[in-house]
Design a protein around this ligand. Structure first.
Ligand code: ATP
Ligand code: MG
Length: 415
Protein backbone atom coordinates (compact mmCIF):
# COMPACT_ATOMS: atom_id res chain seq x y z
CA UNK A 1 0.00 0.00 0.00
CA UNK A 2 2.66 2.46 1.11
CA UNK A 3 4.77 1.79 -1.96
CA UNK A 4 1.88 1.72 -4.39
CA UNK A 5 0.61 4.87 -6.09
CA UNK A 6 -3.15 5.43 -5.96
CA UNK A 7 -5.17 3.64 -8.62
CA UNK A 8 -5.28 5.45 -11.94
CA UNK A 9 -2.14 7.50 -11.38
CA UNK A 10 1.29 7.25 -12.98
CA UNK A 11 4.71 8.49 -11.94
CA UNK A 12 6.81 10.32 -14.43
CA UNK A 13 10.13 8.60 -13.86
CA UNK A 14 13.46 10.30 -14.63
CA UNK A 15 14.15 8.01 -17.58
CA UNK A 16 10.97 9.28 -19.25
CA UNK A 17 11.21 12.94 -18.24
CA UNK A 18 12.87 13.96 -21.49
CA UNK A 19 9.82 12.79 -23.45
CA UNK A 20 7.57 15.10 -21.44
CA UNK A 21 10.09 17.88 -21.94
CA UNK A 22 10.16 17.41 -25.72
CA UNK A 23 6.36 17.54 -25.87
CA UNK A 24 6.50 20.64 -23.72
CA UNK A 25 9.17 22.35 -25.84
CA UNK A 26 7.27 21.59 -29.04
CA UNK A 27 4.13 23.09 -27.59
CA UNK A 28 5.88 26.25 -26.41
CA UNK A 29 7.55 26.74 -29.78
CA UNK A 30 4.38 26.18 -31.79
CA UNK A 31 2.42 28.51 -29.50
CA UNK A 32 5.08 31.23 -29.67
CA UNK A 33 5.01 31.03 -33.47
CA UNK A 34 1.31 31.88 -33.39
CA UNK A 35 1.21 34.50 -30.61
CA UNK A 36 -0.18 32.37 -27.79
CA UNK A 37 0.92 33.13 -24.22
CA UNK A 38 1.01 30.81 -21.25
CA UNK A 39 -1.53 30.77 -18.46
CA UNK A 40 -1.36 28.69 -15.26
CA UNK A 41 -4.36 28.40 -13.04
CA UNK A 42 -4.78 26.65 -9.67
CA UNK A 43 -5.12 22.91 -9.51
CA UNK A 44 -8.41 23.32 -7.60
CA UNK A 45 -11.33 25.67 -7.99
CA UNK A 46 -14.71 26.23 -6.36
CA UNK A 47 -16.90 23.26 -7.26
CA UNK A 48 -19.54 25.60 -8.60
CA UNK A 49 -17.21 26.72 -11.40
CA UNK A 50 -17.30 23.26 -12.93
CA UNK A 51 -20.98 22.70 -12.23
CA UNK A 52 -21.73 25.88 -14.14
CA UNK A 53 -18.86 25.73 -16.61
CA UNK A 54 -18.62 22.07 -17.55
CA UNK A 55 -22.33 21.49 -16.95
CA UNK A 56 -24.12 19.59 -14.22
CA UNK A 57 -25.67 17.07 -16.60
CA UNK A 58 -22.31 15.84 -17.90
CA UNK A 59 -20.57 12.61 -16.95
CA UNK A 60 -17.58 14.65 -15.80
CA UNK A 61 -19.61 16.58 -13.22
CA UNK A 62 -22.13 13.89 -12.32
CA UNK A 63 -19.74 10.98 -11.95
CA UNK A 64 -16.09 11.88 -12.23
CA UNK A 65 -15.13 14.88 -10.11
CA UNK A 66 -12.78 14.85 -7.14
CA UNK A 67 -14.77 17.06 -4.80
CA UNK A 68 -14.15 17.67 -1.12
CA UNK A 69 -14.91 20.14 1.61
CA UNK A 70 -11.91 22.11 2.84
CA UNK A 71 -11.35 23.13 6.45
CA UNK A 72 -13.26 26.36 5.82
CA UNK A 73 -16.31 24.33 4.70
CA UNK A 74 -16.00 25.36 1.05
CA UNK A 75 -16.70 22.83 -1.65
CA UNK A 76 -13.52 22.45 -3.66
CA UNK A 77 -12.89 20.37 -6.79
CA UNK A 78 -9.62 19.27 -8.38
CA UNK A 79 -9.88 20.47 -11.94
CA UNK A 80 -11.23 17.84 -14.32
CA UNK A 81 -10.31 19.88 -17.42
CA UNK A 82 -8.51 23.11 -18.23
CA UNK A 83 -11.09 25.38 -19.83
CA UNK A 84 -13.26 26.44 -16.90
CA UNK A 85 -10.28 27.64 -14.85
CA UNK A 86 -8.85 29.52 -17.83
CA UNK A 87 -12.20 31.25 -18.39
CA UNK A 88 -12.42 32.17 -14.71
CA UNK A 89 -8.90 33.64 -14.84
CA UNK A 90 -9.69 35.45 -18.11
CA UNK A 91 -12.62 37.17 -16.41
CA UNK A 92 -10.91 37.82 -13.09
CA UNK A 93 -7.68 39.04 -14.70
CA UNK A 94 -9.53 41.41 -17.09
CA UNK A 95 -7.86 39.82 -20.08
CA UNK A 96 -10.67 41.11 -22.29
CA UNK A 97 -8.96 44.48 -22.52
CA UNK A 98 -7.24 43.48 -25.74
CA UNK A 99 -8.88 40.83 -27.83
CA UNK A 100 -8.39 38.27 -29.21
CA UNK A 101 -6.62 36.81 -26.24
CA UNK A 102 -4.66 33.67 -27.15
CA UNK A 103 -3.66 31.43 -24.28
CA UNK A 104 -2.06 28.06 -23.76
CA UNK A 105 -1.41 25.81 -20.81
CA UNK A 106 1.18 23.07 -20.62
CA UNK A 107 0.91 19.77 -18.74
CA UNK A 108 -2.17 20.87 -16.82
CA UNK A 109 -3.01 18.13 -14.28
CA UNK A 110 -6.62 16.93 -14.65
CA UNK A 111 -8.48 14.70 -12.24
CA UNK A 112 -11.40 12.46 -13.09
CA UNK A 113 -12.71 9.58 -11.07
CA UNK A 114 -12.89 7.16 -13.99
CA UNK A 115 -12.62 3.42 -14.16
CA UNK A 116 -8.86 2.99 -14.58
CA UNK A 117 -8.02 1.14 -17.77
CA UNK A 118 -5.65 1.44 -20.68
CA UNK A 119 -5.50 5.12 -21.67
CA UNK A 120 -7.83 6.19 -18.87
CA UNK A 121 -6.23 7.61 -15.75
CA UNK A 122 -7.56 9.39 -12.69
CA UNK A 123 -4.81 11.96 -12.85
CA UNK A 124 -3.73 12.80 -16.35
CA UNK A 125 -2.24 15.86 -18.02
CA UNK A 126 -3.42 18.04 -20.83
CA UNK A 127 -1.79 20.55 -23.09
CA UNK A 128 -4.41 22.99 -24.20
CA UNK A 129 -5.10 26.29 -25.86
CA UNK A 130 -7.97 28.73 -25.41
CA UNK A 131 -8.71 31.80 -27.52
CA UNK A 132 -11.16 34.49 -26.44
CA UNK A 133 -12.76 37.20 -28.51
CA UNK A 134 -12.66 35.81 -32.06
CA UNK A 135 -15.86 34.63 -33.67
CA UNK A 136 -14.79 33.89 -37.24
CA UNK A 137 -14.40 30.30 -38.36
CA UNK A 138 -10.82 31.08 -39.43
CA UNK A 139 -9.99 30.80 -35.72
CA UNK A 140 -11.64 27.36 -35.54
CA UNK A 141 -9.41 26.27 -38.40
CA UNK A 142 -6.32 27.75 -36.75
CA UNK A 143 -7.01 25.94 -33.51
CA UNK A 144 -7.42 22.64 -35.31
CA UNK A 145 -4.23 23.35 -37.22
CA UNK A 146 -2.39 24.07 -33.95
CA UNK A 147 -3.47 20.70 -32.57
CA UNK A 148 -2.29 18.87 -35.67
CA UNK A 149 1.04 20.72 -35.63
CA UNK A 150 1.61 19.71 -32.02
CA UNK A 151 0.81 16.08 -32.67
CA UNK A 152 2.96 15.92 -35.80
CA UNK A 153 5.87 17.65 -34.03
CA UNK A 154 5.82 14.67 -31.68
CA UNK A 155 5.87 12.17 -34.50
CA UNK A 156 2.17 11.44 -34.28
CA UNK A 157 0.92 11.51 -37.87
CA UNK A 158 -1.84 9.53 -39.61
CA UNK A 159 -4.41 11.56 -37.79
CA UNK A 160 -8.12 11.40 -38.32
CA UNK A 161 -9.83 14.72 -37.74
CA UNK A 162 -13.58 14.56 -37.16
CA UNK A 163 -15.62 17.73 -37.04
CA UNK A 164 -19.23 18.51 -36.25
CA UNK A 165 -21.38 21.44 -35.30
CA UNK A 166 -23.67 21.29 -32.31
CA UNK A 167 -25.26 24.66 -33.05
CA UNK A 168 -26.13 27.43 -30.66
CA UNK A 169 -28.81 27.74 -27.96
CA UNK A 170 -31.16 29.13 -30.64
CA UNK A 171 -31.11 26.20 -33.05
CA UNK A 172 -30.71 23.69 -30.25
CA UNK A 173 -34.13 24.58 -28.82
CA UNK A 174 -35.99 23.29 -31.88
CA UNK A 175 -33.62 20.37 -32.21
CA UNK A 176 -34.14 19.32 -28.60
CA UNK A 177 -37.85 18.95 -29.29
CA UNK A 178 -37.14 16.73 -32.31
CA UNK A 179 -34.64 14.70 -30.34
CA UNK A 180 -37.01 14.25 -27.43
CA UNK A 181 -39.73 13.01 -29.77
CA UNK A 182 -37.23 10.47 -31.14
CA UNK A 183 -36.02 9.44 -27.68
CA UNK A 184 -39.42 9.22 -25.98
CA UNK A 185 -40.30 5.63 -26.99
CA UNK A 186 -36.76 4.43 -26.22
CA UNK A 187 -36.55 6.10 -22.85
CA UNK A 188 -37.41 3.05 -20.73
CA UNK A 189 -34.50 1.12 -22.32
CA UNK A 190 -31.92 3.84 -21.60
CA UNK A 191 -29.69 4.03 -18.54
CA UNK A 192 -30.84 5.85 -15.43
CA UNK A 193 -28.58 8.85 -15.94
CA UNK A 194 -29.91 9.32 -19.47
CA UNK A 195 -33.47 9.14 -18.24
CA UNK A 196 -32.67 11.98 -15.88
CA UNK A 197 -31.07 13.98 -18.68
CA UNK A 198 -34.07 13.66 -20.95
CA UNK A 199 -35.81 16.83 -19.76
CA UNK A 200 -32.84 19.03 -18.97
CA UNK A 201 -30.30 18.16 -21.65
CA UNK A 202 -31.36 15.51 -24.17
CA UNK A 203 -28.32 16.18 -26.40
CA UNK A 204 -26.16 14.82 -23.61
CA UNK A 205 -27.82 11.41 -24.01
CA UNK A 206 -26.05 11.04 -27.37
CA UNK A 207 -22.71 11.15 -25.54
CA UNK A 208 -23.58 8.25 -23.22
CA UNK A 209 -21.15 5.38 -23.65
CA UNK A 210 -23.74 2.82 -22.49
CA UNK A 211 -26.55 3.88 -24.78
CA UNK A 212 -24.74 5.02 -27.93
CA UNK A 213 -25.44 1.79 -29.83
CA UNK A 214 -29.19 2.13 -29.42
CA UNK A 215 -29.25 5.64 -30.82
CA UNK A 216 -27.42 5.42 -34.12
CA UNK A 217 -30.42 6.72 -36.10
CA UNK A 218 -31.08 9.74 -33.88
CA UNK A 219 -31.70 13.03 -35.68
CA UNK A 220 -28.44 14.95 -36.03
CA UNK A 221 -27.88 18.46 -34.78
CA UNK A 222 -25.96 19.10 -37.99
CA UNK A 223 -29.15 18.74 -40.05
CA UNK A 224 -30.94 21.24 -37.84
CA UNK A 225 -28.60 24.21 -37.67
CA UNK A 226 -29.86 27.80 -37.88
CA UNK A 227 -28.57 29.84 -40.87
CA UNK A 228 -25.81 31.48 -38.80
CA UNK A 229 -24.46 28.17 -37.45
CA UNK A 230 -24.77 26.51 -40.85
CA UNK A 231 -22.78 29.32 -42.45
CA UNK A 232 -20.11 29.06 -39.74
CA UNK A 233 -19.73 25.36 -40.43
CA UNK A 234 -19.48 25.93 -44.21
CA UNK A 235 -16.77 28.53 -43.61
CA UNK A 236 -14.83 26.20 -41.34
CA UNK A 237 -14.79 23.55 -44.07
CA UNK A 238 -13.49 26.11 -46.58
CA UNK A 239 -10.71 27.22 -44.26
CA UNK A 240 -9.68 23.65 -43.55
CA UNK A 241 -9.61 22.92 -47.26
CA UNK A 242 -7.52 26.04 -47.87
CA UNK A 243 -5.04 24.78 -45.27
CA UNK A 244 -4.98 21.33 -46.81
CA UNK A 245 -6.33 19.73 -43.64
CA UNK A 246 -8.32 16.59 -44.32
CA UNK A 247 -11.44 16.07 -42.20
CA UNK A 248 -14.43 13.86 -41.78
CA UNK A 249 -17.80 15.08 -40.68
CA UNK A 250 -19.06 13.03 -37.78
CA UNK A 251 -22.55 14.11 -36.75
CA UNK A 252 -22.28 11.93 -33.65
CA UNK A 253 -19.61 13.96 -31.91
CA UNK A 254 -21.26 15.97 -29.17
CA UNK A 255 -18.30 16.09 -26.75
CA UNK A 256 -18.39 15.42 -23.06
CA UNK A 257 -18.69 18.97 -21.79
CA UNK A 258 -21.78 21.18 -21.93
CA UNK A 259 -20.21 24.48 -22.86
CA UNK A 260 -19.65 23.81 -26.54
CA UNK A 261 -21.43 25.70 -29.32
CA UNK A 262 -21.03 25.39 -33.08
CA UNK A 263 -17.72 23.68 -33.91
CA UNK A 264 -16.65 20.56 -32.04
CA UNK A 265 -13.83 18.28 -33.10
CA UNK A 266 -11.82 15.24 -32.14
CA UNK A 267 -8.51 13.94 -33.39
CA UNK A 268 -8.10 10.21 -33.40
CA UNK A 269 -5.03 8.19 -34.15
CA UNK A 270 -4.66 4.53 -34.95
CA UNK A 271 -2.44 2.29 -32.85
CA UNK A 272 -1.82 -1.45 -32.95
CA UNK A 273 -4.26 -1.62 -30.00
CA UNK A 274 -7.06 0.29 -31.69
CA UNK A 275 -8.02 3.91 -32.06
CA UNK A 276 -7.14 6.50 -29.44
CA UNK A 277 -8.60 9.97 -29.11
CA UNK A 278 -5.65 12.23 -28.48
CA UNK A 279 -7.33 15.62 -28.70
CA UNK A 280 -10.78 17.11 -28.35
CA UNK A 281 -12.04 20.64 -28.51
CA UNK A 282 -14.56 23.11 -29.70
CA UNK A 283 -16.09 26.53 -29.61
CA UNK A 284 -17.79 27.84 -26.48
CA UNK A 285 -19.33 31.17 -27.38
CA UNK A 286 -21.61 31.35 -24.34
CA UNK A 287 -19.25 30.21 -21.60
CA UNK A 288 -17.58 33.48 -20.59
CA UNK A 289 -20.98 35.13 -20.13
CA UNK A 290 -22.37 32.06 -18.36
CA UNK A 291 -19.55 32.37 -15.82
CA UNK A 292 -20.24 36.05 -15.18
CA UNK A 293 -17.93 37.74 -17.69
CA UNK A 294 -18.57 39.96 -20.70
CA UNK A 295 -20.22 38.29 -23.69
CA UNK A 296 -17.09 36.93 -25.41
CA UNK A 297 -16.75 34.03 -27.84
CA UNK A 298 -14.13 31.38 -27.13
CA UNK A 299 -12.62 28.24 -28.55
CA UNK A 300 -9.98 25.74 -27.49
CA UNK A 301 -8.83 22.17 -27.18
CA UNK A 302 -7.36 19.73 -24.69
CA UNK A 303 -4.73 17.19 -25.67
CA UNK A 304 -3.93 14.22 -23.46
CA UNK A 305 -0.19 13.95 -22.84
CA UNK A 306 -0.25 10.37 -21.52
CA UNK A 307 -2.26 9.38 -24.60
CA UNK A 308 0.41 10.92 -26.85
CA UNK A 309 3.12 9.00 -24.99
CA UNK A 310 1.03 5.85 -25.37
CA UNK A 311 0.73 6.35 -29.12
CA UNK A 312 4.49 6.88 -29.36
CA UNK A 313 5.08 3.66 -27.40
CA UNK A 314 2.56 1.58 -29.33
CA UNK A 315 3.94 2.77 -32.65
CA UNK A 316 7.56 2.46 -31.56
CA UNK A 317 8.28 6.10 -32.37
CA UNK A 318 9.39 7.40 -28.97
CA UNK A 319 12.25 9.88 -29.44
CA UNK A 320 15.68 8.70 -28.32
CA UNK A 321 16.91 9.95 -24.95
CA UNK A 322 19.49 12.74 -25.16
CA UNK A 323 22.96 12.03 -23.74
CA UNK A 324 23.01 12.53 -19.98
CA UNK A 325 26.61 13.79 -20.10
CA UNK A 326 28.96 15.23 -22.69
CA UNK A 327 31.85 14.11 -20.56
CA UNK A 328 32.39 12.15 -17.36
CA UNK A 329 35.48 12.67 -15.24
CA UNK A 330 37.09 9.59 -13.71
CA UNK A 331 39.63 10.23 -10.96
CA UNK A 332 42.19 8.22 -9.05
CA UNK A 333 43.06 9.39 -5.57
CA UNK A 334 42.14 12.39 -3.43
CA UNK A 335 44.38 14.84 -5.22
CA UNK A 336 42.93 13.91 -8.58
CA UNK A 337 39.39 14.26 -7.22
CA UNK A 338 40.22 17.78 -6.07
CA UNK A 339 41.35 18.57 -9.61
CA UNK A 340 38.30 16.71 -10.96
CA UNK A 341 35.90 18.90 -9.05
CA UNK A 342 37.52 21.98 -10.60
CA UNK A 343 37.51 20.48 -14.08
CA UNK A 344 33.82 19.57 -13.87
CA UNK A 345 33.02 23.15 -12.93
CA UNK A 346 35.02 24.43 -15.93
CA UNK A 347 33.18 22.04 -18.24
CA UNK A 348 29.80 23.12 -16.89
CA UNK A 349 30.78 26.79 -17.16
CA UNK A 350 31.51 26.11 -20.81
CA UNK A 351 27.95 24.81 -21.23
CA UNK A 352 28.81 21.13 -21.29
CA UNK A 353 26.98 18.44 -19.35
CA UNK A 354 29.63 17.00 -17.04
CA UNK A 355 29.99 15.12 -13.80
CA UNK A 356 32.31 12.99 -11.71
CA UNK A 357 31.91 10.21 -9.21
CA UNK A 358 30.97 11.46 -5.74
CA UNK A 359 30.79 8.01 -4.22
CA UNK A 360 34.58 7.63 -3.97
CA UNK A 361 34.54 4.34 -5.86
CA UNK A 362 37.39 2.52 -7.54
CA UNK A 363 38.38 3.53 -11.06
CA UNK A 364 36.90 0.32 -12.40
CA UNK A 365 33.58 1.04 -10.72
CA UNK A 366 33.62 4.60 -12.06
CA UNK A 367 34.08 3.30 -15.61
CA UNK A 368 31.32 0.79 -15.11
CA UNK A 369 29.03 3.53 -13.91
CA UNK A 370 29.91 5.77 -16.86
CA UNK A 371 29.19 2.90 -19.21
CA UNK A 372 25.83 2.26 -17.66
CA UNK A 373 24.87 5.88 -18.18
CA UNK A 374 25.87 5.67 -21.85
CA UNK A 375 28.70 8.17 -21.46
CA UNK A 376 30.64 8.59 -24.70
CA UNK A 377 33.64 10.60 -23.46
CA UNK A 378 35.54 9.99 -20.25
CA UNK A 379 38.31 12.23 -18.96
CA UNK A 380 40.78 10.38 -16.75
CA UNK A 381 42.63 12.30 -14.06
CA UNK A 382 45.34 10.27 -12.39
CA UNK A 383 48.41 11.16 -10.32
CA UNK A 384 51.37 10.90 -12.69
CA UNK A 385 49.63 12.45 -15.69
CA UNK A 386 48.37 15.29 -13.54
CA UNK A 387 51.88 16.19 -12.45
CA UNK A 388 52.78 16.29 -16.17
CA UNK A 389 49.84 18.64 -16.77
CA UNK A 390 47.95 16.24 -19.02
CA UNK A 391 44.72 14.24 -18.90
CA UNK A 392 43.55 11.23 -20.83
CA UNK A 393 40.49 11.52 -23.04
CA UNK A 394 38.87 8.16 -23.61
CA UNK A 395 36.38 7.58 -26.38
CA UNK A 396 34.09 4.94 -24.91
CA UNK A 397 32.49 4.01 -28.23
CA UNK A 398 35.62 2.92 -30.05
CA UNK A 399 37.85 2.41 -27.00
CA UNK A 400 40.56 4.83 -28.08
CA UNK A 401 42.53 7.05 -25.76
CA UNK A 402 44.66 10.14 -26.23
CA UNK A 403 46.64 12.47 -24.03
CA UNK A 404 45.61 16.12 -23.97
CA UNK A 405 47.04 19.08 -22.06
CA UNK A 406 44.97 19.82 -18.95
CA UNK A 407 44.54 23.44 -20.00
CA UNK A 408 43.25 22.46 -23.44
CA UNK A 409 40.70 19.81 -22.55
CA UNK A 410 37.70 22.13 -22.12
CA UNK A 411 38.30 23.89 -25.43
CA UNK A 412 38.73 20.51 -27.10
CA UNK A 413 35.34 19.27 -25.87
CA UNK A 414 33.42 22.46 -26.62
CA UNK A 415 34.65 22.41 -30.21
P1 ATP B 1 -13.74 10.29 -23.62
O1 ATP B 1 -14.94 10.43 -24.49
O2 ATP B 1 -12.67 9.34 -24.14
O3 ATP B 1 -14.05 10.05 -22.17
P2 ATP B 1 -13.48 13.07 -23.08
O4 ATP B 1 -14.45 13.72 -23.99
O5 ATP B 1 -13.85 12.84 -21.67
O6 ATP B 1 -12.97 11.70 -23.72
P3 ATP B 1 -11.88 15.44 -23.09
O7 ATP B 1 -12.57 15.99 -21.93
O8 ATP B 1 -12.15 15.99 -24.43
O9 ATP B 1 -12.10 13.85 -23.14
O10 ATP B 1 -10.32 15.48 -22.84
C1 ATP B 1 -9.39 15.84 -23.86
C2 ATP B 1 -8.33 14.78 -24.00
O11 ATP B 1 -7.78 14.44 -22.73
C3 ATP B 1 -8.83 13.47 -24.55
O12 ATP B 1 -8.87 13.51 -25.94
C4 ATP B 1 -7.78 12.51 -24.05
O13 ATP B 1 -6.63 12.58 -24.88
C5 ATP B 1 -7.43 13.06 -22.70
N1 ATP B 1 -8.16 12.37 -21.62
C6 ATP B 1 -9.45 12.55 -21.24
N2 ATP B 1 -9.76 11.76 -20.19
C7 ATP B 1 -8.63 11.07 -19.88
C8 ATP B 1 -8.28 10.11 -18.88
N3 ATP B 1 -9.16 9.71 -17.99
N4 ATP B 1 -7.01 9.62 -18.88
C9 ATP B 1 -6.09 10.04 -19.78
N5 ATP B 1 -6.36 10.94 -20.74
C10 ATP B 1 -7.60 11.46 -20.81
MG1 MG C 1 -14.39 11.16 -20.52
Amino acid sequence: MLTQAPKGTLDMLPQDAYRWQIIDENMRRICAEAGYREIRTPIFEHTELFQRGVGDTTDVVQKEMYTFEDKGHRSITLKPEGTAGAVRAFIEGHLNESLPCKLYYAACPCFRYEKPQSGRLRQFHQNGIEVFGAKDASLDAEIIQMAIRMLEANGIGDLKLSINSIGCPECRKAYHEKLKAYLAPKLPTLCKTCQERYERNPLRILDCKEDAEKLTDAPAMLDNLCPDCAEHFEKLKKYLEALGIAYEIDPRIVRGLDYYTKTVFEIITETPQGNLTVCGGGRYDGLVKELGGPDTPGMGFGMGIERMLMVQDLRGIAPAAPDLYDAFVVTLGDEARLEGVKLVRELRDAGLKADLDHAARSMKAQFKYANKLGVKKVIVLAGDELTKGVVKLRDMENSTEEEIARNEIVARLTK
